[in-house]
Write a protein that binds this ligand. Structure first.
Ligand SMILES: [Zn+2]
Length: 466
């Protein structure tokens, strides 16, 4: 039997790891920029669903009509989360949804957002994001501030956001795609107790487990990342890495989606489904499923030892490199796909991969353990390979030089940069990113089938044929 390490050793070891990991989760803003570009393609091969329209309905109307039944649904959801999601921080009872049917719209919305512990200032107005190339008349454009709590805007065309009238017929594909981008508009911003917002004090999530709490976007990271496949020693030393919420978010929004459909609110059925789709798509991004792709545990330990000894360079360099590669991958995927949309090249390998249903039989319907057991298993497994490919496809300035700060580079277009690489490296990069998009497409459709009302679900090819 091995003697347990002395207390001094234990403390030292823990201290090293904590130092190694606390600053080591890169805090890049998004996973995929502009999720709508992915979602439109993924659902296009489900025409029985995507080509329908549903009447738009305000959130106040939905909440007021369901004020009686919604508390029980959220109570059951809370019970599920407490029993099922590891590291779940219970929702304080005082936040349980409670509102009178005749309460005003703001009161209803805030009560709802607090009950689901999301940012209570999210406007949740009626709008649609239109596909690239659609001209939205100036008088129908939505202001960013009417949709988001963020000052900065993610990668999307400000002219693509169109007001939607209460009761107007909304294409289901557009409702799902629009909603799949909305969690990046601020639903999960400033929810931790050290983010300086009133929600943080009330919500019970505790301090932000990783990321930099002073950065506007960083507070959403633990809701959009899931590190389920790291080594055991990493979790023992840094248990806060397991303090993530995408599984809880996916399940909550799927529950709300099914409830909305069952109660006769198809618009909210699809909008909630789109919110859940966002997190599923994020988890297919390797930099959202692994803490430090391309950096082995021994190297993490060694750089942290050096860091403790006052040699900070190697650790800072490793973190900067991974942050930059995360940005490079996301920027490449966005610009590549945006260009294909703009030029009408629908046979582009990334867009085609999103519509490819060949893998759908592996996950016809999304079930609660899927995000952990299937989705992140795949994205974590390819993380090192993709990370190494980025190194071969892009100049060292972008992916190796630790002094580069890509967040400070305006108009970064990594798709244009990738085209300078040797053709063989371009092809390998495209293949690896297309594989990610193929998974995004499969997982998006698996979620849609899992919540679709009976009848539509059968028509949507539960056997995975388009
Ligand atoms: Zn996200």
């Amino acid at each position: 039997m091995r003697r347990p390490p002395s207390r001094v050793k234990r403390v030292l070891r823990r201290g090293l790891w904590l130092t190694a990991c606390f600053f080591a989760v890169p805090s890049a803003a998004w996973a995929w920029s502009n999720h709508t570009l992915c979602t439109w393609q993924a659902v296009a091969v489900l025409p029985q669903i995507a080509q329908r329209t549903v009447p738009a309905e305000t959130l106040a109307s939905f909440l007021s009509m369901e004020a009686e039944h919604l508390p029980q649904v959220l109570e059951d959801e809370e019970r599920w989360a407490r029993a099922t999601v590891p590291s779940y921080a219970p929702r304080p009872d005082a936040l349980a949804f409670q509102a009178a049917r005749d309460a005003d719209a703001t009161t209803l919305r805030r009560a709802f957002l607090r009950a689901i512990r999301a940012n209570e200032d999210m406007p949740l107005n009626l709008y649609l994001q239109r596909p690239p190339g659609t001209a939205v008349p100036a008088e129908r454009m939505m202001d960013w501030s009417a949709l988001s709590v963020l000052k900065g805007m993610s990668d999307l065309d400000a002219h693509s956001l169109e007001r939607l009238e209460d009761g107007a017929a909304a294409p289901v594909a557009d409702v799902i795609a629009t909603a799949s981008n909305e969690p990046d508009f601020g639903l999960d911003i400033a929810l931790w107790q050290d983010n300086g917002a009133p929600e943080g004090a009330a919500y019970g999530y505790g301090p932000q487990p990783f990321g930099n709490p002073r950065l506007e976007y960083s507070s959403q990271a633990p809701f959009h990342m899931g590190f389920y496949h790291e080594s055991g020693i990493l979790y023992r030393a840094a248990p806060y890495l397991q303090n993530t919420y995408p599984e809880a978010r996916i399940h909550l929004y799927m529950t709300l989606s099914r409830f909305a459909f069952a109660q006769g609110h198809p618009y909210w059925g699809w909008r909630f489904a789109g919110w859940a789709v966002h997190y599923v798509q994020d988890l297919a991004q390797p930099y959202h499923a692994r803490v430090l792709p391309g950096v082995g545990v021994p190297r993490m330990l060694w750089t942290s030892v050096l860091d403790m000894a006052g040699v900070h360079g190697p650790k800072t360099a490793a973190v900067n490199r991974v942050t930059n590669r995360h940005t490079v991958l996301e920027n490449y995927q966005y610009h590549h796909m945006a260009a294909a949309y703009a030029q009408g090249r629908m046979d582009d390998p990334l867009l085609a991969a999103l519509r490819d249903t060949a893998d759908d039989t592996a996950l016809p319907r999304l079930l609660p353990p899927s995000p952990r057991d299937l989705i992140t298993v795949q994205s974590a497994a390819v993380a090192d390979t993709l990370d190494a490919q980025l190194e071969r496809s892009f100049p060292a300035h972008y992916v190796t030089d630790p002094d580069t700060d890509l967040d400070a580079v305006p108009d970064l277009d990594m798709d244009a940069v990738a085209r300078q690489a040797p053709e063989a490296e371009q092809r390998k990069l495209t293949d690896l990113v297309a594989a990610r998009m193929r998974q995004v497409g499969r997982d998006t459709r698996a979620l849609i089938r899992a919540v679709a009302p009976t009848g539509q679900e059968a028509a949507a090819g539960g056997d995975a044929k388009p």
